[in-house]
Design a protein around this ligand. Structure first.
Ligand code: URA
Ligand code: ZN
Length: 381
């Protein structure tokens, strides 16, 4: 079947023109600034992270223009992209602004995808999207539900990208239950993505550029937010909730047995959950953005093991597929991590594709699934 071999990028960002104009008008974070580069030319820079080093990062046309996204896809053999607004989404806005902008940006993204090219020889389009919720403090739950309904009704939007703050108290806030319920019923997938990292005091005083916040802070934020969701019992209350984690779930796969043990030994939580913590890992979907075959294989093994805590089965292979590989999906994080020097292909992309090709024990079916087949099923493309 042709669709089995399509490459689908599920972790790929943009700033829609309407959002980029807002960032250009702002003087506080997040913002886009213009400064004179070392070559005397004006350059735009993206300043979005608190305590961001070196005046932010260069932002080029690839962040905003659809043609640049399509060129990038062509260069790397990517057939379909499920694009998402990059961080920090609407987190910095007041409820009324966030509500209005979410609805406008969801319409913009639907049009961006719907008017893009289709995958030749198929009924699929090359571009699909994750919509936005106006998930900010003091927003009404009805406003969040309205955005869920809008995304559900937008044919090319297949999920929702979300940060970790919720409506002020994080994602384990019970006030969000109607939202999880609506998202589950709509069959939308939540893409959980970090932005805040961990406090800068952890990084010491040396100038290490963006390395520590991006390599460690981002994944730790995802790890903590997901663990809190698990501990809140969200997956017991909404067993069909589909949560898709950035950066291969951060440190959660590595720490999941330790988490299970800590729960078992803690009188406050020991009887709260219906299952062992490792069971819930088997319900997650993770991107394959971890840059190495050993790491990817490890994560896959951890996901496969979850069935032991479900059916009691020790099988990690089913129907010729590693059960873990079925929950991993190729991503690039484009347009972040561009090469420092001009190169034909982006190292960040090549490494993630190579990692998939070189996981020990994976069959061609596993690799095809992670590169595209799993996304086609999960997002019903
Ligand atoms: N840096 C960001 O700010 N966001 C990403 O998604 C990746 C790198
Ligand atoms: Zn990202």
């Amino acid at each position: 079947m042709a669709s089995k071999r399509l490459v689908v990028d599920v972790h790929t960002h943009l700033y829609l023109p309407r959002y980029a104009s807002l960032l250009r008008q702002r003087t506080a974070l997040p913002k886009i600034i213009t400064r004179t580069g070392i070559d005397g030319q004006n350059e735009e820079r993206l300043v979005i992270l608190k305590d961001e080093p070196s005046g932010g990062r260069p932002i080029g046309r690839s962040y905003v223009e659809r043609d640049e996204k399509l060129k990038f896809m062509k260069k790397h053999g990517i057939d379909i992209s499920i694009v998402s607004t990059a961080n920090p989404w609407l987190d910095f806005l007041h409820p009324k602004e966030a509500h209005e902008l979410a609805l406008q940006l969801n319409d913009d993204l639907e049009e961006y995808c719907a008017t893009g090219p289709s995958v030749s020889g198929t009924s699929m389009r090359q571009l699909y999207g994750f919509g936005l919720l106006p998930i900010v403090p003091k927003i009404s739950i009805e406003s969040l539900l309205e955005a869920v309904r809008q995304i559900f009704a937008s044919p090319h939007l297949r999920g929702i990208i979300m940060g970790t703050r919720g409506i002020g108290k994080g994602l384990d806030d019970q006030m969000l239950d109607p939202v999880w319920s609506a998202i589950s019923e709509a069959g939308l997938t939540v893409f959980l993505h970090p932005h805040y990292g961990i406090p800068k005091e952890a990084w010491g005083e040396k100038n290490n550029g963006h390395v520590l916040p991006l390599a460690l802070g981002f994944p730790m934020e995802t790890t903590i937010a997901t663990t809190r969701l698990i501990l809140s019992g969200v997956f017991d209350r909404f067993p069909s909730l589909r949560l898709f984690l950035a950066h291969s779930g951060g440190a959660l796969p590595q720490l999941s047995s330790r988490l299970a043990s800590c729960i078992d030994h803690d009188p406050v939580v020991a009887s709260r959950l219906k299952h062992d913590a490792r069971f819930y890992l088997g319900k997650l979907y993770l991107d394959a953005v971890c840059y190495g075959p050993e790491e990817l294989g490890f994560v896959s093994d951890v996901l496969a093991r979850a069935s032991r805590y479900d059916t009691g089965s020790k099988d990690v292979v089913s129907g010729g597929r590693s059960m873990g590989s079925e929950r991993l999906l190729f991503g690039t994080d484009h347009p972040f991590f561009p090469p420092l020097s001009t190169s034909e292909k982006w190292k960040s992309v090549v490494e993630n594709l190579d990692a998939i090709d070189n996981v020990q024990g994976w069959t061609e079916a596993d690799k095809d699934g992670v590169k595209g087949g799993n996304a086609i099923s999960l997002f019903n493309l």
